[in-house]
Design a protein around this ligand. Structure first.
Ligand code: CA
Length: 558
């Protein structure tokens, strides 16, 4: 190509210039394609905006996403509510917070039907008392406490069976500045669960008369308190270890309900672990180890191992792979982030967490295709977090996600691009180029036999540089590698190359005769993508969606 043709060619446009009318300038100054609002909604529901990105503050990213949700609500509010329910209920997202936030926005929609649909979905999306408090905290910024909202909250209480409701009000008494007492006073749930309501608001259970302005109101005596609540009252008064253990065995209390004086006892945790919900188990491995319950070859170690090995149990409890990754990295360290707790990590637990990570994704079949897993390891990928998970940057998360394919596929090759160190592969005219970037690419020596924490460590050690998302395709073309699918894990803020990624893919297809596909795994909740929406051979998925690896495989196989 001549010097001048380079600037006009539709086949090779520098990333600092628009190559297609559909492109917009991204946060890094390059040009990228833009997702539609529905795709952005998915990215937000799964990744959230907590922590922001390298380029965009948490506040700006949250506002951008809120505006996007509002546009979706105006276009088709019922669809938004359905999508919130789908993603929240299936446990595809690492955190439920974005779904709750979006539901609160929907509950304040201009359309009565959408508001109704949002409130009708409250029980499905807000499954715990904590979720309900989060919803209450969000929704009050968007609308007033009208009658419809108050009865929506009342329904959350009324529709629950007594046992289930008792569990919720005892386990999560208050969070985020809200308590059940506040919400019950606002919503006046019907007297079906009268005994429980009286207990929550701290009123007497006996019959009594109360003076209300100019009249006297009669309250009949309420029936017995639910068994769990009565047991909890007994637990609060318990002063011996034996009594506490007996009550835990009888009532199945959770650790939140145990008085703090008894929380360092191995006997207490031995009783708790028997009926501990799986999410709590994953969060309390350090504590279970520090009290001595999880120990080399102990019965509790075997129990935890067994519980973490059940795909059904993991899915049913909505244990997200990100929670397992986080638990693994934290547990292996042997000390808490804020200091205090120390423990000796038990090897079998670390291995069990590693195996559970893969089980927590949708089941995956190998595609039988040749796959290039390409990880953007540029500087921007090391900022921000996935769904607010401490230490889990887009870069770390990409490595863990890539391992899911690496463990399933037979023919794959993994590379990190834009590492910038000397002696690595770099295309002619791209390396140390005029944009100040040291674009290059390095094969990653990750192995499916490696544990995730080793992979994470290896990825952390790669030096960082600028961003050129075309490199994987240019590399495969230059090396003559046969690739059926390029899977690029990136924040899509590409800017440094002299050809756009979609053009590099087209060039690769022409050169090799392989109808290669491109899957873009978006690791941040921005609107940008390197995938050309008009090309059926390119697909966008959301990073750390538990459904993503299976969706990618279906697309690659087709
Ligand atoms: Ca970057």
């Amino acid at each position: 190509m001549t010097f001048y043709a380079r600037f006009l060619s539709k086949k090779a446009t520098p990333q600092s210039h628009r190559a297609d009318p559909k492109q917009e300038q991204n946060h890094a100054g390059g040009f990228s394609f833009v997702l539609d609002d529905w795709q952005r909604l998915d990215r937000f529901l799964i990744l959230g905006s907590e922590g922001g990105t390298y380029y965009v503050s948490e506040r700006t990213l949250s506002l951008d996403n809120a505006r996007c949700i509002e546009r979706c609500l105006a276009a088709d509010g019922a669809r938004v509510v359905r999508r919130i329910v789908e993603i929240s209920d299936s446990g595809r997202a690492p955190k439920n917070d974005p779904a709750i936030f979006a539901l609160a926005l929907a509950a304040a929609s201009d359309s009565l039907d959408v508001r109704k649909a949002a409130l009708a979905a409250l029980t499905l999306v807000c499954r715990t008392g904590t979720h309900l408090f989060q919803f209450a905290e969000s929704v009050q910024h968007f609308r007033g406490w009208g009658r419809a909202l108050r009865s929506g909250i009342a329904r959350w209480y009324n529709d629950k069976a007594e046992d289930a409701l008792a569990y919720q009000v005892v386990k999560y008494q208050q969070r985020n500045g809200w308590s059940h007492r506040d919400l019950m006073r606002l919503s006046h749930p019907d007297p079906k669960h009268a005994a429980l309501y009286r207990w929550v608001v701290g009123a007497q259970a006996e019959a009594r008369q109360v003076k209300r302005r100019d009249r006297m109101v009669q309250y009949a005596a309420v029936p017995h308190l639910p068994k769990l609540v009565a047991g909890y009252e007994e637990l609060k008064r318990a002063d011996t270890l034996q009594e506490v253990v007996r009550l835990i065995r009888e009532h199945g209390f959770t650790h939140e309900m145990i008085p703090s004086a008894f929380k360092d006892s191995i006997e207490v945790w031995a009783a708790l672990i028997m009926r501990m919900p799986l999410t709590a188990l994953v969060r309390n491995l350090a504590k279970l180890t520090s009290v001595g319950l999880i120990a080399p070859n102990s019965w509790a170690t075997a129990l935890v191992e067994e519980r973490l090995a059940s795909r059904d149990a993991l899915r049913k409890a909505r244990v997200h792979p990100l929670a397992l990754l986080l638990a693994l990295v934290t547990y292996k360290r042997g000390r808490g982030v804020r200091g205090g707790l120390e423990w000796t990590p038990e090897r079998r637990i670390v291995d069990a967490l590693d195996a559970a990570f893969y089980l927590a994704f949708d089941a995956l079949e190998p595609t039988g295709k040749r796959v290039l897993l390409a990880l953007d390891v540029s500087g921007s990928m090391d900022c921000g977090t996935i769904a607010g998970a401490p230490g889990v940057t887009p870069r770390i998360a990409s490595a863990a996600m890539a391992m899911v394919s690496a463990r399933t596929e037979r023919e794959w090759h993994a590379v990190g691009f834009s590492s910038g160190a000397a002696g690595e592969w770099s295309p002619k005219g791209h390396g140390r180029n005029g944009w100040g970037s040291n674009s290059s690419l390095v094969p990653l020596s990750i192995s499916p036999r490696q544990r995730l924490d080793d992979v994470v460590g290896a990825i952390r050690r790669i030096p960082m540089g600028g961003t050129d998302c075309a490199l994987p395709m240019l590399y495969a073309a230059a090396r003559g590698l046969a690739v059926d699918a390029f899977c690029v894990f990136t924040d899509n803020e590409t800017w440094a190359g002299s050809i756009h990624p979609h053009q590099a893919l087209e060039q690769y297809r022409r050169q090799t005769g392989i109808a290669a596909k491109l899957v873009v795994v978006g690791m941040t909740a921005t609107k940008f993508s390197i995938a050309n929406p008009d090309d059926a051979g390119m697909l966008d998925v959301v990073g750390f969606d538990t459904a993503a690896p299976a969706v990618m495989a279906d697309f690659i196989r087709a």
